[in-house]
Design a protein around this ligand. Structure first.
Ligand code: ASN
Length: 485
């Protein structure tokens, strides 16, 4: 038992160290706003070759923050996830080439428009689809929750096509390039930029007249932030910085040098080593986040699971019933549903934010803890009942018999299950990419959104998981040997 406590303390120490080392120092005087954005939507938001978020929207919000004296914490979680998080109050604002529409105005407040863009249709360079009429019986790719998707759905019956939805623009474009979809609908400002910079698609329709981009906050909330945004934008327009930013990303020289860089990357191809070198810091941060999530979740889930498991072997019926119910609920719920419920569902109800990392830890603690509780109960039940009877007949009370006789034997039975559960917890952290935690899987998604090297990046990410799992297994086996000594 002491050894287990020592191990848990070591893990906790490691976590504290990682946190102290990793947390950025924030100036207490300046307020930090959490801003959600898309994963990839160039030239408005995208990760550059150093995996830093750049683009018109990123420069605008950062320059406005500087001008108005606030700080921003950018969360590249994807357009739909950002909008969902904004409506549940999890983030303070969204800047992601977000089109101002009447429907959205019912839920969000928008800033003064900062860019005009309609929707266009793009197809593969050799496609014979030239207009909407050619879409009959075909499949068309769109991005979840966007104005492009709304537009496509509004005309699909008239033109007789079906839509298929993806979460990120790069997946939408890839589906057209692969020939799975005949066309896609997306914003003109983004697709025209893509055509200029070598995306490998051509635009075949004129932009619809669907509006402009605005910065959004939840309706009636964050008024102060909205006022700061509008006043900052006005200043940037007046001092010429706004024009500079637009030119920096959409000007002739900007697009041609971006095209050259894209062509170069395409012709050179990316080697495994080259990709690792290029994305080293992002991958390392992803690993760091994954390990942090794993360590904290293992500690919390083990404590929670052992407590619930022990509750299940107490003589009290109420305690046993509570244990069974907790295990039933949290083992029964899919992890993904639980994560979304805690991150998006609960805040919509309570009105208070749950940071993504905390939501992730709670999710894993409840789910992994329920499994732990089940095998803790099972491990105790597997100890010969005669042992308890013998201990009790020697005059030991229930608690002491449990501690001195049953648990030492039960723990030995449980150890392989603990090791198994630790490994499962590590793997399950990847599901938390859905709530935008920048762990290893989400890091992979972002890198691929930029370089479209799906096969190679997922191979690298898979190998990293296997390496961490091997280290975790070896560590657990070592502890197991020491406990069994
Ligand atoms: N323009 C899109 C929309 O407002 C946003 C995006 O795809 N990032 O729906």
């Amino acid at each position: 038992m002491k050894k287990i406590i020592a191990l848990i303390s070591c893990m906790f120490g490691l976590f504290v160290f990682m946190n102290v080392y990793h947390e950025p120092q924030v100036d207490a005087a300046e307020k930090t706003y959490t801003i959600g954005t898309d994963v990839t939507f160039p030239p408005f938001v995208y990760a550059n070759s150093n995996n830093k978020y750049v683009g018109i929207d990123m420069e605008l919000i950062r320059s406005i923050a500087k001008e108005e004296g606030f700080k921003v914490d950018i969360k590249p979680i994807g357009f739909n996830a950002a909008v969902q998080s904004l409506s549940s109050g999890q983030i303070d604002g969204v800047i992601a080439g977000m089109t101002i529409t009447d429907e959205r105005r019912e839920k969000f407040d928008f800033s003064t428009p900062y860019y005009k863009s309609g929707i266009v249709m793009a197809v593969a360079p050799k496609s014979d689809v030239k207009s909407l009429k050619d879409l009959k019986g075909k499949r068309v790719a769109v991005k979840t929750g966007t104005s492009g998707a709304t537009y496509a759905n509004s005309i699909k019956d008239r033109y007789g096509f079906k839509t298929v939805t993806f979460d990120d623009s790069d997946n939408v474009y890839n589906d057209v390039k692969n020939g799975n979809s005949a066309a896609c609908f997306d914003d003109s400002a983004v697709l025209n930029y893509g055509v200029k910079t070598g995306l490998g698609l051509k635009v075949v329709t004129k932009p619809t007249d669907t509006g402009s981009y605005g910065f959004a906050v939840e309706k009636g909330k964050n008024k102060e932030l909205m006022a700061k945004f509008n006043s900052g934008l006005k200043k940037l327009k007046a001092n010429g910085q706004y024009d500079k930013i637009i030119k920096k990303y959409t000007g002739e020289s900007a697009t041609s040098s971006q095209k050259k860089a894209n062509d170069k990357a395409d012709s050179e191809g990316h080697t495994f080593i080259g990709l690792i070198k290029q994305n080293k810091s992002a991958i390392l941060e992803g690993i760091f986040e994954t390990i942090k999530l794993t360590v904290v979740s293992i500690i919390c889930a083990t404590i929670f699971g052992v407590l619930v498991g022990l509750l299940g072997v107490l003589p009290s019926k109420v305690a046993r019933g509570a244990s069974t119910t907790i295990i039933y609920i949290f083992r029964g719920l899919p992890l993904l549903v639980l994560a979304l419920f805690i991150y998006n569902g609960v805040p919509s109800l309570t009105g208070s934010k749950v940071p993504a990392f905390i939501a992730g830890i709670i999710t894993l603690t409840l789910n992994e803890g329920a499994y732990t509780a089940a095998f803790v109960k099972g491990g105790i039940a597997a100890v010969d009942p005669g042992q308890m009877e013998a201990a009790r007949s020697l005059g030991l009370p229930f608690g002491r018999s449990m501690r001195k006789v049953i648990l030492p034997q039960g723990i030995k039975i449980m150890i392989p299950s603990f090791i198994n559960q630790f490994i499962i917890t590590l793997k399950d952290t990847s599901i938390l990419s859905i709530i935008g935690i920048l762990e290893l899987t989400q890091t992979g998604k972002i890198i691929i959104a930029r370089n479209l090297e799906g096969f190679k990046i997922w191979t690298i990410i898979a190998l990293i998981y296997l390496i961490i799992i091997t280290v975790l297994t070896l560590l657990s086996k070592w502890v197991e040997r020491r406990i069994n000594d």
